[in-house]
Design a binder for this molecule. Structure first.
Ligand code: KG4
Ligand code: ZN
Length: 358
């Protein structure tokens, strides 16, 4: 069984071909460079760029795999959540291919792509405890099966990746901010600045990063008499120390809640063996190391996808599509892309269900 996966929900145009032996036949990822000068993704520019490249990306992926479109069994595409212009481009391409080939179309929730990819890369088995940390989302979940989640907690304001990006912007480090903060933090003193841990001890599994981001802003502003962040010029060492202190505190906030979530998970799902991290922020090696330590302490096996499959890619969409298709969860061609689509609010599964008319 071979599935084509298409991803176009943010600033990566990507496609991949994956089979049920967990082999990646080919993949192509184009990261749009056009947004760098704006310090963030511009939705209209992203949509136009997806439109310009999607056909070539798909064609190239088939060429690399050395197979023909007729050889696949289903076409999967990110159908939400995300920037709707880009999502529509990917969904339309997938539907057109599915129609022309007379093969099923599978609408994949982008978050499900992130959530399931470690089953392909690390052979993770259900159920597992998952920290999903990306540019737009930050959740702690139990993944019980395809489309079957128990959401334990979520951020009540910013996503973790968003906090990394906003702090990087304040420090004029460019976009995307996460990798730049991680790099600067390597030469920084993580104990120099004491930062707050919002929602620590709140008794639930929710997270918050807004106060942490504001605390960083105040530190930066304190370097300039007029308090205007635009006028501040920091030394490389000061910047590195802020990055390291922020990265350490954000990691502590995540690990605090996961520590409690792991206890809950072990008690409610004694058969569960894994602590998994997924999403763009899962590429952060400092966070991975601390999560691995936590997993060891709790007697769980830590699993994280290789770095290139943490950020957006086609492999995760092809794999989630394949898992869905294997269960018979396909979608009609009138499926409406969903800019918002909570992971625990599943699309109709069975073929012919008609898609979500949200
Ligand atoms: O999953 P992703 O590629 O796109 C979304 O679905 O949002 O995640 C992108 C996010 C960005 O906020 C980016 O700054 C963050 O992941 N990110 C990182 C690292 N690499 C990417 N954050 C921290 N450390 C990293 N190494
Ligand atoms: Zn993503």
């Amino acid at each position: 069984m071979i599935v084509l996966g298409i991803e176009s929900s943010c600033d990566e145009t990507a496609a991949a071909l994956v089979n049920d032996k967990k082999e990646i036949l080919a993949e192509t990822v184009l990261s749009q460079e056009e947004h760098k000068i704006y310090g963030g993704v511009v939705p209209e520019i992203a949509a136009r760029s997806h439109l310009d490249h999607i056909e070539d990306i798909i064609e190239h992926t088939f060429q690399k795999a050395g197979i023909k479109p007729e050889d696949i069994d289903a076409v999967a595409a990110t159908s939400g959540p995300g920037l709707i212009g880009g999502v529509v481009v990917g969904v339309m391409a997938a539907k057109a291919l599915a129609f022309a080939l007379n093969k099923p179309f599978v609408a994949v929730n982008h978050l499900e792509g992130h959530s399931l990819v470690s089953r392909l890369t690390n052979d993770v088995e259900y159920p597992y405890l998952l920290l999903l940390v990306s540019g737009g989302h930050c959740q702690i979940l139990v993944v019980k099966g395809v489309g079957d989640y128990e959401r334990l907690g979520t951020t009540i304001d910013d996503a973790a990746g968003e906090a990394f990006d906003k702090v990087a912007k304040m420090l004029k480090l460019g976009y995307p901010g996460g990798p730049m903060i991680e790099k600067m933090a390597e030469i920084g003193n993580e104990n120099r600045f004491a930062l707050p841990h919002p929602l620590r001890g709140s008794g639930d599994f929710n997270l918050s990063f807004s106060g942490l981001k504001t605390a960083v802003r105040k530190i930066i502003e304190s370097y300039e008499e007029d308090g205007n962040i635009e006028h501040v010029i920091l030394s490389k060492q000061d910047t590195a120390d802020i990055c390291a202190s922020f990265q350490k505190t954000a990691t502590e906030c995540l690990c605090d809640k996961l520590d409690k979530a792991a206890d809950y998970f072990k008690q409610k799902y004694p058969e569960g063996k894994y602590l998994v991290v997924a999403g763009g922020v899962a590429a952060n090696k400092y966070l991975r190391a601390h999560l691995e330590e936590l997993a060891n302490k709790k007697g769980l096996t830590f699993a994280a996808p290789p770095l290139k499959w943490c950020t957006d890619n086609g492999v995760m969409i092809a794999w989630a599509g394949l898992e869905r298709f294997a269960k018979g969860y396909t979608n009609d061609l009138d499926f409406k892309p969903r800019p918002r689509w909570p992971l625990d609010e599943d699309a109709p599964k069975a073929a012919g269900a008609g898609g979500v008319k949200a």
